[in-house]
Design a binder for this molecule. Structure first.
Ligand SMILES: Cc1cc2nc3c(=O)[nH]c(=O)nc-3n(C[C@H](O)[C@H](O)[C@H](O)COP(=O)(O)OP(=O)(O)OC[C@H]3O[C@@H](n4cnc5c(N)ncnc54)[C@H](O)[C@@H]3O)c2cc1C
Length: 478
């Protein structure tokens, strides 16, 4: 069948899916937001849907940490921010009666900690810090740098870059072969300027600016997707991000089987057979179609040798890379540092430290540390005890008194998170060419999940939900 465009999927959703006829039975693999959206629509359309989820909870990367924190404090291990452009989050949030609160990121007090001291993003403070900026960067604020090296570059490429139905034009292809680092350096950015801007790019690529596709990045930084633009209206799911997947799961109750990892997919001309583990036994279920939402990083645990997948699909399943992220949470007896809602980007290996609980009541605070790229991989290789100790040591350098006020800690290394094994897709150079093969259905097997998004940087709840709806429309018209 012809590939559905993003606008076509949206029109179907807005119109309430007129004239769609889903098959009799569908198995959805994975109860993250993509799988839940697909299952929700299938169920509503009267299809016999079964969701097989490897873990014991819904939500996947929409994952709120509560235990072992005291006083009812919580922190987000994965998705946290909802922007006004997260259309699919807004749609389902309203449908399911889930509220939005104001994002803590709006009021944060952002600074850098470089060369052992706190520095602000304004020109005077940067000059005082003695950073090795290029001559022409002296007197610039970080906002000026972003304007020159990012916004101006994206604008020069024209309106197509930000168009809703994006298909990279041939004349932009060379940018898909270039890295973010190359484009920034090519425009005259010093390494010191890149280091200042990097925390404000999509979730900080760490060392990955050298392998990330410049085209994918510029697409993300153009228009409303950018984290650099208007932040008014940013929100977070009230009560914790996991409230959203739980609301979906509530409506699907007995359709979801937890602790049921799928280990094999087979298809013939008429059906798909899914083998999964059920309390230590092999079980099978046969359906007309299957929607696979498993991140490709975790698909290697699934045998697809009899699934009739194309070479392009198996190749891209092997090749797709994910950004590495470790998040560490340190519960502190009380706020012992100055200032409210601190958020600090640092040249120390811990990279980003913020108060994850600025808007939560009580004297205790959770300081969150977020690492990406090679540093994240290094820290992910440590034991939990080593990791906490490593992070605490660096936090002590920035905020003396950290060890004394520390009560307990917890970390999530997304590379090692069972059944996910990565944070979100890292669109490497050449990613644009892989996107159609990632998303394409293979016979009776359909693919959803953030990695199958219409956007190269799929790491968003909205794009995951959109992919679930796209898979639903795809199999209901097939
Ligand atoms: C650190 C981090 C920060 C983020 N920040 C934001 C943010 O601020 N805002 C935002 O909108 N988005 C954010 N995201 C992205 C967002 O969380 C994801 O894009 C989205 O949740 C992905 O949903 P999904 O359904 O595609 O995948 P997942 O949530 O990964 O769901 C896949 C599911 O499949 C299950 N599974 C895997 N293998 C099997 C198997 N063999 N059998 C059965 N089940 C299986 C997994 O257990 C999982 O539940 C962030 C993500 C991370 C990691």
């Amino acid at each position: 069948m012809r590939e559905l465009t993003r606008s076509e999927v949206r029109q179907q959703l807005d119109a309430g899916f007129p004239r769609l006829a889903p098959p009799r039975s569908v198995v959805v693999v994975g109860a993250g937001l993509a799988g839940l959206a697909a299952a929700h629509e299938l169920h509503r359309a009267g299809c016999d849907v079964t969701v097989l989820e490897a873990s014991e909870r819904p939500g996947g990367r929409a994952f709120t940490l509560r235990a072992p924190f005291a006083d009812g404090l919580r922190a987000e291990a994965g998705a946290m921010t909802v922007t006004p452009h997260c259309d699919y989050v807004t749609h389902y949030r309203k449908l399911l009666g889930v509220e939005l609160d104001r994002s803590d990121l709006l009021d944060q007090d952002f600074s850098y900690f470089v060369n052992g001291r706190f520095v602000r993003a304004d020109p005077a403070s940067l000059a005082e810090a003695g950073l090795p900026l290029a001559e022409h960067e002296r007197g610039m604020s970080v906002t000026d740098m972003i304007e020159r090296y990012v916004t101006a570059v994206a604008e020069e490429l024209g309106p197509d870059l930000a168009a809703p139905d994006w298909a990279p034009a041939a004349e932009l292809e060379h940018l898909d072969r270039a890295s973010v680092q190359e484009v920034l350096r090519g425009r005259g950015a010093s390494q010191a300027a890149i280091d200042l801007m990097e925390p404000l790019f999509l979730e900080m690529r760490g060392g990955d600016l050298r392998s990330a596709s410049a085209l994918s990045w510029l697409r993300h930084e153009s228009g409303h997707r950018s984290l650099l633009g208007e932040v008014d209206g940013w929100g977070k799911i009230a009560g914790g991000t996991d409230v959203l997947p739980q609301a979906f799961a509530g409506g699907l109750r007995d359709r979801i089987r937890y602790r049921s990892p799928v280990v094999r997919l087979e298809q013939d001309d008429d059906t798909v057979t899914v083998t999964y583990l059920d309390h230590g036994r092999l079980a099978t279920v046969t359906a007309d179609r299957v929607v696979v939402t498993v991140p490709f990083s975790a698909m290697r645990h699934v045998d697809v040798s009899h699934a009739r997948l194309s070479e392009a699909k198996t190749d891209v399943m092997r090749r797709l890379r994910y950004s590495s992220i470790v998040r560490v949470y340190l519960q502190m007896r009380r706020q012992f540092w100055e200032g409210h809602n601190v958020s600090v980007s640092t040249d120390l290996p811990v990279r980003w430290v913020r108060d994850a609980t600025a808007s939560q009541p009580g004297p205790r605070r959770i300081l969150e540390v977020l690492m990406t790229g090679w540093r994240s991989k290094a820290v992910a290789a440590m034991s939990e005890e080593e990791r906490l100790n490593f992070v605490l040591g660096h936090v002590e350098t920035m905020f003396p008194g950290a060890r004394e006020h520390y009560e307990l800690g917890l970390s999530v290394a997304w590379d090692h998170q069972p059944w996910i094994e990565g944070s979100y897709v890292l669109p490497e150079r050449g990613h644009g060419k892989l996107m159609p093969a990632i998303r394409a259905p293979e016979g009776r097997i359909h693919f959803a999940g953030e990695h199958t998004s219409y956007e190269p940087n799929g790491g968003s709840m909205s794009y995951a939900l959109e992919s679930g709806v796209r898979a639903f429309v795809e199999l209901a018209v097939a």
